[in-house]
Design a binder for this molecule. Structure first.
Ligand SMILES: Nc1ncnc2c1ncn2[C@@H]1O[C@H](COP(=O)(O)OP(=O)(O)OP(=O)(O)O)[C@@H](O)[C@H]1O
Ligand SMILES: [Mg+2]
Length: 457
């Protein structure tokens, strides 16, 4: 069953229940107040009769007097103890037959049902003692025929209103359910289209009321935005990566062809070819490792947070690099330890990426400064090399971006280092700043939060 039909039926059933209760209460209260009013009128009549009652009157005078008080379908009786009816006047023989006279010493009133000509009918009886008489009481009975008619009318009105309310509830419920469900149906249609075509698509939000459905639709749209962005990034990455791999592969192919044509006859050419093939193959291998790194960083839960001391970490990195590159790198710090909560391997990777750049793009001494600034630890890497043109600084974080492609080929870079570094820093909720002057050098500042929320929580 559709959710709209379900909502519609449930609300209608619930409304019917409420209406039934209300109908019952209205009917009951109406009956009660009407009978009370009739009872008051009848008691007043009984009191009036008693007031004008004279016990010394001869019985032949009493009955005509009582007759004056008769209204439609009534009887009036004077009753003595042991329920002995001494006087009775009536204009409804059936009524007087059905209701037996009853002597009373207290004020009484009651309603009774009798079977009349057209079904059952309610009868109101009031009894009052005649105080100044000789142990006599007055009894008046009256058919509540008017009440029966009013009951029928009220039943009709309530029934009609219930049917009308049910029809309106069904129609209104359908309209409301449709209105509420429209965005959901839109979403379902869009999802089905996405499933069929495989192309992410957004939902058209018509009603901009900031309700839960609007939030759901806009969350869905944001999700689609992200998906499209990721798909675009993926496509861009595949195209960039294949483009990057094309150059070394072309070089390998052309040297392999050269070797095939000339064989190993020419020793110099053979050596040059083997060297070039080896260099380019190493380059491809490095590049694929970097691609894997990048793919890993797409997953945001990759960090393995631990307490680390930046001073000892930098000391060990610098020791390794100095040995490999035979370059002068000096470390400056005023505080030891400088503790942060971070993924040690990833931070090490970032520092190596930055130092690798400083080594590649400068000849002179490289300086590393460690410090604390408010809630951040700072690593500053300073080189006195070729520098970066000001208008290129924003681009160097792009994937595969190199300022001078020809020169970078010589240095073996793929243009992914800073992009990876930035991603890692972002995962740590830190930031990178680069200051550079072409020809005089580059200063890279790396800020990392001292406390990491993931650890604190
Ligand atoms: N310290 C620096 N001095 C001068 N230029 C720099 C420096 N650091 C980065 N660059 C420029 O920014 C570009 C991008 O740097 P990035 O580290 O991303 O790539 P790469 O060093 O070319 O290659 P990879 O790091 O992937 O091996 C470099 O090609 C270079 O032109
Ligand atoms: Mg680099």
């Amino acid at each position: 069953m559709k959710i709209t039909t379900k909502i519609n039926l449930l609300t209608t059933v619930w409304m019917l229940c409420i209406l039934m209760i209300i109908n019952f209460v209205v009917f009951f209260l109406f009956m009660k107040t009407t009978v009370n009013m009739e009872e008051k009128v009848l008691l007043q009549k009984a009191e009036d009769i008693i007031k004008g009652f004279d016990t010394n009157q001869s019985s032949s005078n009493i009955e005509p007097k009582l007759k004056d008080y008769l209204t439609d379908h009534t009887f009036i009786r004077i009753i003595q103890p042991k329920n002995k009816v001494v006087h009775e006047v009536t204009n409804d023989q059936l009524l007087s037959k059905k209701i037996k006279g009853k002597y009373t010493t207290t004020k009484q009133s009651q309603t009774r049902l009798i079977s009349a000509e057209n079904g059952e009918e309610e009868v109101l009886i009031v009894r009052l003692p005649i105080k100044h008489g000789n142990n006599e009481s007055l009894e008046i009975g009256e058919r509540l025929s008017g009440l029966e008619t009013r009951k029928e009318i009220l039943r009709g009105i309530l029934g009609f209103c219930t049917i009308l309310a049910t029809v309106l509830s069904l129609l209104g419920g359908r309209w409301l359910a449709n209105m509420v469900m429209r965005p959901i149906s839109n979403m379902i249609n869009t999802m089905e289209e996405i499933e069929k075509s495989g192309v992410p698509k957004k939902i058209v939000i018509q009603n901009k009321t900031r309700d839960e459905l609007y939030t759901m639709a806009s969350t869905f749209n944001r999700m689609i935005d992200r998906l499209q962005e990721n798909l675009a990034k993926q496509a861009q990455f595949v195209s960039d990566a294949s483009h990057e791999l094309k150059t070394p592969l072309t070089i390998i192919k052309s040297y392999a062809n050269l070797l095939r044509r000339q064989g190993l006859e020419n020793q110099d050419i053979a050596e040059e070819a083997i060297h070039a093939i080896h260099t380019e193959a190493t380059r491809i291998q490095k590049m694929t490792d970097t691609f894997l790194d990048l793919a890993n960083l797409e997953n945001e839960n990759v960090l393995e947070i631990n307490k680390i001391n930046l001073v000892s970490l930098c000391e060990s990195i610098l020791k390794q690099l100095k040995e490999v590159y035979k370059r002068e790198i000096t470390l400056h710090f005023e505080e030891n330890p400088i503790t942060i909560y971070a993924d040690e391997l990833k931070i090490k990777q970032v520092i190596i990426i930055l130092l690798d750049n400083a080594i590649k793009y400068s000849q002179e001494n490289i300086e590393v400064f460690l410090d604390k600034k408010e809630k951040h630890a700072m690593i500053q890497i300073k080189d006195y090399g070729i520098g970066i043109p000001v208008d290129e600084i924003d681009n160097i974080f792009e994937r595969f971006y190199r300022v001078d492609k020809a020169r970078s080929r010589e240095t073996g870079g793929s243009g992914l280092g800073l992009h990876i570094a930035k991603r890692i820093i972002k995962l740590h909720k830190g930031h990178l700043k680069i200051n550079s002057k072409e020809g005089s050098g580059t200063k890279v500042e790396l800020f990392l939060p001292i406390y990491n929320e993931q650890i604190q929580d």
